[in-house]
Design a protein around this ligand. Structure first.
Ligand code: FES
Length: 323
């Protein structure tokens, strides 16, 4: 089949990028990476790209294809463009571009190093091997499948506007050690992760879950870290208060008590923060977006309460924390 690759080219740092079209022939099972390699070999040896394993193992061919982060080596051209429409190929997002489709991974790995991605046991190592409960390690399997390709970081909507956010890849890696029963620094790790730019900055947009080619689902790991932090008593910042009050309100009345939620999230003694809420609250009232200040339970709230109770009991049994 004939395929046109619409490639964003960047000659180098601080030089303007531009688009270039390449048309090539590929077999029906051909991938975007096959197309790019063919272009480089037959048409334009200056096209910069990274790849190695061609089997979704090394993670080096992460690029933005038709607007989303994907591994080029497993993205079939026929799936993306069955009608032969051009396929756009750009460098991965949220990383500085070195040349064409090659990005600088140093900031990415600096953030991974920030979470200290290695076991730090408490006390001397045992004489023989560590004995670890099978179930505890089983919970870590999805996150251990991470190949550090950076697809999650590329499409992270928070990093798009705040480069200081630790980001989904590093936070998923952090979860891997927080949840490892052999690690002895759980609380210290959680204290570090709950600082500004950490776990409470995720906006649950699900982009990282959607783009991860290995099913790591970083956002779900971040949610687990939040739960772990709250259970460990690490309640730094407004995120934990917001989450706790949100659950309390829904668990009690089946709906959010927004008049209570915002002040509690901001901190009731945080007068300055409370004042800053006022203009937004006025705009909401004027647009009819705020519910009645008289908070009432929804009909059939008993069902919601039963759900919350069941969840609480499950957590007590210790089976839901790392779900
Ligand atoms: S080339 Fe290794 S993951 Fe695509």
């Amino acid at each position: 089949m004939e395929v046109t690759l619409h490639v964003r080219r960047s000659p180098g740092e601080s030089q303007e990028s531009y688009w270039q079209d390449y048309t090539t022939e590929l077999p029906a099972h051909g991938t975007v990476l096959d197309g790019l390699l063919q272009v480089r070999e037959e048409q334009d040896g200056t096209l910069g790209m990274r790849c190695s394993c061609r089997s979704a193992i090394c993670g080096s061919c992460n690029m933005r294809i038709d607007g989303h982060a994907r591994l080029a080596c497993i993205t079939k051209v026929a799936d993306l463009s069955p009608d032969g429409a051009p396929i756009t190929v750009e460098p991965a997002g949220n990383m500085p571009v070195i040349k064409d489709l090659v990005v600088d991974l140093d900031p990415f790995f600096a953030k991974v190093r920030q979470v200290q991605p290695f076991l730090q046991p408490d006390g001397p190592p045992p004489e023989r091997e560590y004995e670890v409960d099978h179930n505890a390690m089983f919970q870590l399997n999805p996150v251990m499948a991470c190949i550090m390709c950076g697809c999650c970081v590329s499409d992270c909507t928070v990093m798009d506007i705040d480069k200081t956010f630790i980001g989904p890849a590093a936070l998923a890696k952090a979860f891997r050690f927080v949840a490892d029963p052999r690690d002895g620094q759980k609380k210290a790790r959680l204290e570090m992760l709950t600082q500004p730019t950490g776990i409470w900055d995720c906006t649950h947009c699900f982009e990282c879950v959607q783009q991860c080619p290995k099913g790591v689902a970083p956002m779900e790991r971040i949610m687990s870290l939040r739960e772990e932090a709250m259970e460990a008593g690490v309640w730094r910042g407004g995120g934990a208060r917001h989450s706790d009050e949100f659950a309390r309100s829904v668990g009690h009345s089946g709906r959010l008590d927004e008049f209570r939620l915002m002040p509690i999230s901001t901190g009731i003694f945080n007068i300055r923060g409370q004042m800053q809420l006022i203009p937004g609250a006025i705009r909401l009232v004027m647009r009819g977006k705020l519910p009645s200040p008289i908070h009432r339970s929804i009909p059939g709230v008993q069902g919601v309460r039963r759900l919350f109770k069941a969840r609480k009991n499950k957590k007590k049994e210790g089976s839901a924390v790392l779900s």
